[in-house]
Design a binder for this molecule. Structure first.
Ligand code: E4P
Length: 218
C-alpha cells in the first residue's frame, strides 16, 4: 500500500519525506487555506519536496470549461501535479476532457460506489472515497471502500487507483491495508502514529538498560 500525506503544510511534508515511505501528497482547499499562503507557491514547494511522487491540487471552478482551464494552468506548475476534481456532473465532463490531454485527475468527494465507477469510466487516474465523513453520518466508510475494490475488480478496472481518504485514526489505516486498498492518504499526525507502539519503546528501553549493565564485558 502506498502512503500519501493529506496536508498542505510543508514542514510536515518535509518531516514525512525525511522519515521515508511517503509516496505522495493530497491537498484540498481547506488544507491550503489553513496555511495562509499563496496557493501556487505552496503547491510548487510541495511538488518539489515530494517529487517524483504525485501531489493532488484541487480546482475550485464549477463548470467543466472553467475546471479544464484551471487544471491546464495548475498542471503546468510541476510534472508531478494531479488535478483534484469534485464528483459532480461538470467535474466528470472535465475529467473526460483532461484524460484525453493526459492530465491526471483525482476525483474527490466520493461517498458511494456508483460515483467511483463513474469517475473511473470518465478516465480518473485516482478516486478518493472519504471514509471519515461517511462514518460521521452514521454509515460505514470502509464498507464503501470495500465495495469500490470489489466493483473495480468485477470490471477489471486497473487504471484507476483507489485512495482511502478522510482517515481519522490508525485503525482506519489498518482496515485500509486489510482491504488491500491501493493508497491511504493520512494526516501527518496519523502517519507518525503508525510507526509507533508503546511496547516498542518499552522493549527498546529494556534492551538498552540491560546492555548498559554488561557492555564493559563485551
Ligand atoms: C483527501 O484527499 C481529502 O483531502 C481529505 O482526506 C479530507 O479529509 P477530512 O474529511 O478529514 O477533511
Amino acid at each position: 500500500m502506498k502512503f500519501f500525506l493529506d496536508t498542505a503544510n510543508v514542514d510536515e511534508i518535509r518531516q514525512g519525506v525525511e522519515m521515508g515511505l511517503v509516496d505522495g501528497v493530497t491537498t484540498n482547499p481547506t488544507l491550503v487555506a489553513k496555511e495562509n499562503r499563496k496557493f501556487k507557491e505552496t503547491i510548487i514547494e510541495i511538488a518539489e519536496l515530494v517529487a517524483p511522487g504525485p501531489v493532488s491540487a484541487e480546482v475550485t471552478a464549477l463548470t467543466a470549461d472553467d475546471m479544464v482551464s484551471e487544471a491546464r494552468e495548475i498542471s503546468e506548475w510541476a510534472k508531478n501535479i494531479v488535478i483534484k476534481i469534485p464528483m459532480i456532473t461538470e467535474g466528470m465532463k472535465a475529467v473526460q476532457r483532461l484524460s484525453k490531454e493526459d492530465i491526471k485527475t483525482n476525483v474527490t468527494l466520493v461517498f458511494r460506489v456508483e460515483q467511483a465507477l463513474l469517475a473511473a469510466k470518465a478516465g480518473a487516474y485516482y478516486v478518493s472515497p472519504f471514509v471519515g465523513r461517511i462514518d460521521d453520518i452514521g454509515h460505514d466508510g470502509m464498507e464503501v471502500v470495500d465495495e469500490i475494490i470489489e466493483v473495480f475488480d468485477n470490471y477489471e478496472i486497473e487504471r484507476c487507483e483507489i485512495i482511502a481518504a478522510s482517515l481519522r485514526h490508525t485503525d482506519h489505516v489498518k482496515q485500509a491495508m486489510l482491504l488491500g486498498v491501493d493508497i491511504a492518504t493520512v494526516p501527518f499526525k496519523i502517519f507518525e502514529q503508525i510507526f509507533k507502539h508503546p511496547l516498542t519503546d518499552i522493549g527498546l528501553k529494556r534492551f538498552l538498560d540491560d546492555w548498559e549493565k554488561v557492555k564493559e564485558l563485551v
